[in-house]
Write a protein that binds this ligand. Sequence first.
Ligand SMILES: C[S@@+](CC[C@H](N)C(=O)[O-])C[C@H]1O[C@@H](n2cnc3c(N)ncnc32)[C@H](O)[C@@H]1O
Length: 267
Amino acid sequence: MAASSLWPYRCPASHEYMSAVIRRRSTNTRDVREVVLDDLDLSFVRKILDLGCGFGFMAGPLAARVAEDARFIGVDAWAANEASFLQKIADHGRSGIFECKCIETELPWPDGSFDLVVCSYSLYFFVDIIPEIARVLTPDGLFLAITHSEAKVVDGLPDAGLGHVASGLLALIQRFSAENGRDCLSRSFGEIVRIDYANSLRFAREHEDELMTYLRFKLPFLVPGSTPEDDLPADLLRFVETLMSQNGEVIVDKSDAAFRCRRPQCH
Ligand SMILES: C[S@@+](CC[C@H](N)C(=O)[O-])C[C@H]1O[C@@H](n2cnc3c(N)ncnc32)[C@H](O)[C@@H]1O
């Protein structure tokens, strides 16, 4: 994975702002984390591993649901995420540690170390780690993964003059997507439940600033080698303006799915 693809996540404040924009512009009135977590009893969970934890988007709501003495380990490639990750769990009276590490194919913990492992919008960056996740889970442990649907992820890119990057973006999502997630997980887990989260983002004319911030955040995925500080491509800006003029809004598909996995197969 090109390092520039991880660039958007190096600054927890802008990543968190982006998450807030996504929530504000979502047509699904329920937060994806509510949908994934609300009917789960996590009171048995005392040891949690959050892989690709970022600023703690999932760790916060999880911390509110796990055992009072639960301990978190958050792992992310960007050290800057440490303070916000630890703060998100401290907000709910839980504690833990952060490890700055590039996840590849192995995890450094003994078998059966965790009651819960979570990969929230991160497993497609390091999908070869799935057997290791099963290994570090306790036999009754739970693995939660949230990912994107590949169905419409590149819709519109050719019209926006970005057809040449569609295959690269799709290839990233296809490493672990709503569509193929079950197949990826099936060798390592005996029970897999998929939960669909239908959603799209609607940016009306008055939300154009947020749309530009969203597109800039995604720029390293759209224009390989670029950073969110670079200018947006002229073709893309023209395409956005055409949609705004014709429809009064821009709609971006943001359908996701979660997988709840039990019975890790290495035990
Ligand atoms: C889309 S963000 C998701 C962050 C967080 N889990 C959330 O739900 O908001 C992906 C995260 O995975 C991290 N990441 C990607 N590849 C990684 C790797 N190989 N090792 C460690 N962290 C990685 C990125 O730095 C980023 O914080």
